[in-house]
Design a protein. Structure first.
Length: 394
């Protein structure tokens, strides 16, 4: 590191499923890099995706891409069980890496990735997209400035309905993709955003998990992340949770509760977070992302709307002017922009001290994995379980 880049950085996006096009878009609009190649495991599918996205090259040869010295950064947008293998391979090949969450299926895998990024001296980010919302960043600033007083309580949740029916299938349901589904997939976002906004660390969790749809129909010939109607199916016993009720103990005596669900009819991406302090409360809802609610006992409650200053500066596509809602795709762009800015300017990676980074690091991803592990252990034992510290790896 320490070398300032000349010209745009070159990125490889590995994976051609649902989230990959958003990574391609975020890289382009961030202003520091171009997508040089799209990698997939089915030639016809990845070729079609690359053509539709205007990516100049596609391939199924992941080893060849990792061996390409002209590639600066690799985005891993593949199913969960492949994250550790691909992330380690990309780091060992000398690339900077962006990994979709969860970082790994267990703490050991997460620790290996953190250590590999440290040893390689590469920037390594995990896509905790919700940090990129302008008003989530504003909420963090208000809490840090003491506007809420001493943070005491938080509550909220993340509710969806896309796995409501027994005929709803997704690769995440496969036990090979991890022991947890709803918590690992969306609960980890709530956990990370809670810590990001509050500035407090979760110390322990108490969890109750539920699987309401115990048997699902898996298409025998599924061709993409989401199942399509028609065709032969097989009945699969589900091992992962559809929903979870969670309680948190945080540093400084703070407490929080959260409801996570992928089976709540009519709820699409109902991510909500409310913090209560000794002076004021603050609330944000992802489906109305441009607003923060601020309330107090002896003050008139008010809505804070996004202002021009709440945008994120950069060389690429800027934040939209106030009054034009910034959504999830823009948040992903703005989460990744500091990652690419650091690479382009030759800044050294922050290492394990994730608090020093302007983007969510592998250390942040490892904390979320430790959170999921604690949730599973709490549900199994019916007890409060502490969040395990990052495991040292030689």
């Amino acid at each position: 590191m320490g070398k300032v880049m000349s010209g745009p950085l070159r990125t490889a996006v590995v994976g051609a499923g649902f989230v990959a096009p958003f990574h391609v878009d975020a890289v382009r609009r961030g202003g520091y890099a171009e997508v040089a190649v799209l990698v997939g495991n089915r030639a016809a599918h990845v070729e079609e995706k690359a053509r539709a996205l205007g990516v100049p090259r596609w391939t199924t040869d992941i080893a060849g891409v990792l061996a390409d010295g002209s590639i600066d950064a690799v985005h891993v947008c593949t199913p969960n069980a492949t994250h550790v293998e691909l992330g380690l391979a990309a780091l060992e090949a000398g690339h900077h890496v962006v990994l979709e969450k969860p970082l790994a299926l267990d703490g050991e895998g997460a620790s290996r990735l953190v250590a590999a990024a440290r040893d390689a001296g590469r920037h390594a980010a995990v896509s905790f997209t919700y940090r990129g919302y302008p008003m989530v960043r504003r909420a963090r600033e208000l809490v840090a400035a003491g506007e809420l007083g001493d943070p005491r309580l938080a509550h909220g949740g993340y509710l969806q309905d896309w796995l409501l029916q027994a005929t709803d299938w997704n690769w995440r349901i496969d036990p090979a993709q991890g022991r947890s589904r709803a918590v690992a997939d969306i609960g980890s976002h709530w956990f990370d955003t809670l810590e990001f906004v509050s500035g407090r660390r979760v110390e322990a969790v108490f969890a109750d998990l539920a699987t309401f749809v115990g048997v699902r129909q898996r298409p025998v010939e599924a061709v993409d992340a989401f199942a399509s109607a028609g065709g032969p199916v097989e009945r699969v016993v589900v091992a992962s949770e559809d929903a979870a009720t969670l309680a948190f103990r945080l540093s400084g005596g703070m407490r929080a509760t959260c409801l996570v669900s992928q089976v709540s009819p009519g709820r699409k991406n109902a991510f909500t977070l409310e913090l209560a302090g000794s002076l004021r409360s603050l609330a944000w809802a992802q489906e109305e992302p441009e607003r923060l609610w601020l309330g107090a006992r002896h003050e008139t409650s008010r809505l804070i709307v996004r202002e021009p200053a709440d945008g994120m500066a950069g060389p690429g596509v800027p934040s939209l002017p106030a009054g034009h809602p910034e959504g999830w795709a823009g948040a992903l762009r703005d989460v990744l922009r500091p990652f690419y800015r650091a690479i382009a300017s030759g800044e050294p990676p922050p290492g394990d001290a994730s608090a020093l980074a302007d983007y969510p690091t592998f250390a942040d991803g490892a904390r979320a994995v430790a959170f999921v592990d604690a949730v599973l252990e709490s549900d199994r034992t019916g007890t409060w379980v502490p969040i395990a510290p990052l495991r040292p790896t030689a």
